[in-house]
Design a protein around this ligand. Sequence first.
Ligand code: SF4
Length: 489
Amino acid sequence: MANNLGLTVKPVTPTTPEEEARVAAWIDTAEYREKNFARQALVINPVHACQPLGAELAAHGFEGTLPFVHGSQGCASYYRSTLNRHFREPAPAVSDSMTEDGAVFGGQANLHEGLENALALYKPKMIAVFTSCMPEIIGDDLTAFLKNARTKGIVPKELPVPFANTPSFSGTHTAGYDAMLLAILQTLTEGKRVEGRCTGKLNFIAGFDANTGNYREYRRIFEAFGVPATLLADISESFDSPNDGTYRPYPGGTPLLEAADSINGKATLTVQPYATAKTYAWLKDSYAGRHAALPMPIGIGRTDAFLMKVAELFDKPVPDALRAERGRAVDAMTDAQQYMHGKKFAVYGDPDPLLGHVAFLLEMGASPRHVLCSKGSKKLEKELQALLDGSPYGAGCSVHMNRDLWHMRSLLMTDPVDAMIGDTHGKFAARDAKIPLFRFGFPVFDRVNKHRAPIIGYQGVINMVTEICNKFLDVRDETCEERFFEMMR
Ligand code: SF4
């Protein structure tokens, strides 16, 4: 065996081609699947990122905010590069680069020096601090460290510095998002609740949503209603700003004054109850007005519920323009149903979009055969199962909690499906199973502009139906005999 320099390499353990072929065939069997599902101490290709990545996304959603990682430089590079590769935009964030001495003596010196440098160099309006694993393992006390930073005059009195503990050995990026969003809202709204004041606005929380097109779509829907809205943690500009030759370190984001006044809103709505559980539990008791937590509006039924809730909260009818859009979405589904009806799918991802994708597939008469979440809960499992049980197309489908994409591969090889829905990491399993992967999840590294095409609302239904059905038609055109070409005969 020669390496790429032409040098002969002697394998440590020689494996014959016959043995390689035997193992390659064996990992596709039901026997291997059983062993794979008995696996306990190893995760292979998980469907989640670590908590601080979610915290960074939330921080980018606020005006002039610098995400600040208290912890290792390498970890910070991982979150930044993941966001950077997904959006193909810069993800400006800093780290206090804890190393061995920080791990031994604690990270206060790193934090203080890092804050000083960050303020001098990047002049943020807010610094959002969150942690990587290392300071969490050694038990760094962020409350005390930041109090000391203020006492020493390192941090100006008026500068908001919300912080969140985001230990990555528990939870996922969605938990980190939730923790950081909660900390930011608690910090900005402190002392801002005014009895009798009402902004007349809807506070809207999209949750961990890395599709900038979705944010623009939500805003368009609220404008159609004539409902003034504050999008909290609004990343639509932060990660989709115009390329006009000028670099702006903090494009877009929810204005800080508006976020502070959100506590006096007329109503507050979250559409990712799993990714905003702690934030929502807090604001229900702290925010004025009415509150609602709805499923992500993916598919017709969930979009209907979303629009009716906005109509109810603001006592306004659903606008005719949105009613017409619904009709067009239903028409698009009807025109395309023959290409999706009865098709089997494997679906994986974060709880909120996962529920939405399953609901959408059932509406199309498709079968979400394997549904997988890498950090699920009993509650999510029950909700998914109830969704499947509520449709004839859910029969024979199974839900897999706390499994990874190597488990998914075993499912695909032993119980084949027609396609997958998820993020880029599923492409290995999809290629082995020779099926298309529809990239509606996070992150998407290997396709362009996916984050600009909304998948929520009626327009999202049209976008998903179009992408999925046209791909099935492509596959057919590439593989069928000419007499079966799709010509609408
Ligand atoms: S899991 Fe922990 S060590 Fe790994 S990148 Fe995330 S924060 Fe860093």
